[in-house]
Write a protein that binds this ligand. Structure first.
Ligand SMILES: *Cc1c(COP(=O)(O)O)cnc(C)c1O
Length: 373
């Protein structure tokens, strides 16, 4: 089946077709390569404006952005934070880094996002925050989440790592809770290589985030450290790439929309052998990963499909293993997670990035059609 004449199709790949090279060379030529320089402030300001929030604080990756956000909100030992079981492990780990406990919630099987109807049963006197994760680029249903948080006095921290540019009822992710974190890893919507960002409208929280990001040094008194902080700073080189990426974010999002529309149209012929991703009427989905589930009648295990796609020169990925199955968190769930279990077993991420041509999409769909025959 493998055709060695054809190039391998990757599940993700960065598109660096703007001013990335020019800006990076400016860093090198000017020697501003560390965590000071014009691009950091410019990237932060441009990102805040893009998300429609007052503050954006750049970090060295998306995991430290999440941790910083929780530290800024005062999440500490003994606290509980409600996190979807179906997510990337960084969401749960950031809670663990605070000495707090992640409490897992099940998801909607059609959208993969946490199911707000299951939240309230998990709230205890120790619960301090809810962390909705906009999985694969579709925003969570934020109104009921915020309503529950308000009634119980909880913070809402968006894990928007996969959802740069996604909108909920017309409003941009990053401004839908008390604060939000983003990732600019190489496979995300926009990239800085490694990098992250925290966004918020809260002036006091923003000052706290800057303090803790910079080792805890008092901004008014050099080498005076009122708290134990972290070195979570982004470099000027990373910010240079980020600014160039953000300048073309509409182009990057349009390319992903094109890819998703081609999959939607072409996968129809597979009928009930695949379940296509559901998009909520109020959601602007940015398709970080175009994600299907294998139909109930498909006899082949998902992992076998991945192996056969790989032999056809096409990389695919399993949907995340639910957190409550992973060794660090096994058995932490207090309630059954049937939907996370099912999505984790039969969900498949197809190649999704701006560099895919229509011919590439045809190859993916043809291979899947043959493998699921
Ligand atoms: C990528 C990702 C992160 C972490 O970002 P890194 O930059 O890889 O540290 C956190 N949460 C989710 C849901 C992610 O997809």
């Amino acid at each position: 089946m493998a055709n060695n004449e054809q190039k391998r199709i990757q599940v993700a790949a960065p598109v660096l077709d703007g001013r990335e090279r020019e800006y990076v060379l400016e860093c090198l030529d000017s020697t501003w390569i560390s965590s000071a320089g014009r691009f950091i402030g410019e990237f932060e300001q441009a990102f805040a404006a893009y998300c429609g929030v007052k503050h954006a604080i750049a970090t060295n990756n998306g995991t430290t952005a999440l941790h910083l956000a929780l530290v800024g909100l005062g999440i500490t030992a003994g606290d509980e934070v409600i996190v979807p079981s179906l997510t990337y492990i960084a969401s749960a780990n950031a809670v663990t880094y605070c000495g707090a406990t992640p409490v897992f919630v099940d998801n909607d099987p059609a959208t993969f996002n946490l199911d707000p109807a299951r939240l309230e049963a998990l709230i205890t006197p120790r619960t301090k925050a809810i962390m909705p994760v906009h999985l694969y680029g579709q925003p969570c249903d934020m109104d009921p989440i915020r309503d529950i948080a308000r009634r119980h006095g909880l913070f809402v921290v968006e894990d928007a790592a996969e959802a740069v540019g996604a909108r909920y009822k017309g409003k941009m992710t990053g401004g839908l809770g008390d604060c939000a974190s983003f990732s600019f890893f190489g496979n995300k919507i926009i990239t800085t290589g490694e990098g992250g960002m925290v966004t918020t409208d809260d002036d006091a929280l923003a000052a706290k985030l800057r303090l803790f990001r910079g080792q805890g040094m008092d901004p008014a008194r050099r080498y005076w450290f009122p708290v134990v902080g972290y070195n979570y700073r982004m470099t000027n080189i990373e910010a240079a790439i980020g600014l160039a990426q953000l300048e073309r974010v509409d182009h990057h999002l349009a390319q992903r929309r094109r890819v998703a529309q081609l999959y939607d149209a072409k996968l129809k012929r597979l009928g009930n052998r695949v379940v296509l991703p559901a998009v909520e009427p109020w959601a602007e989905h940015v398709f970080w990963m175009y994600t299907v589930r294998l139909g109930a009648a498909v006899g082949k295990p998902r992992d076998q499909v991945i192996v056969e796609m790989d032999a056809a020169g096409i990389e695919t990925r399993p949907v995340f293993h639910p957190m409550h199955h992973l060794p660090p968190y096994a058995g932490l769930n207090s309630v059954p997670m049937p939907h996370a279990d099912a999505c984790g077993a039969d969900g498949l991420n197809l190649p999704t990035h701006g560099g895919l041509s229509e011919a590439d999409i045809d190859r993916v769909v043809d291979a899947l059609d043959a493998i699921l025959a």
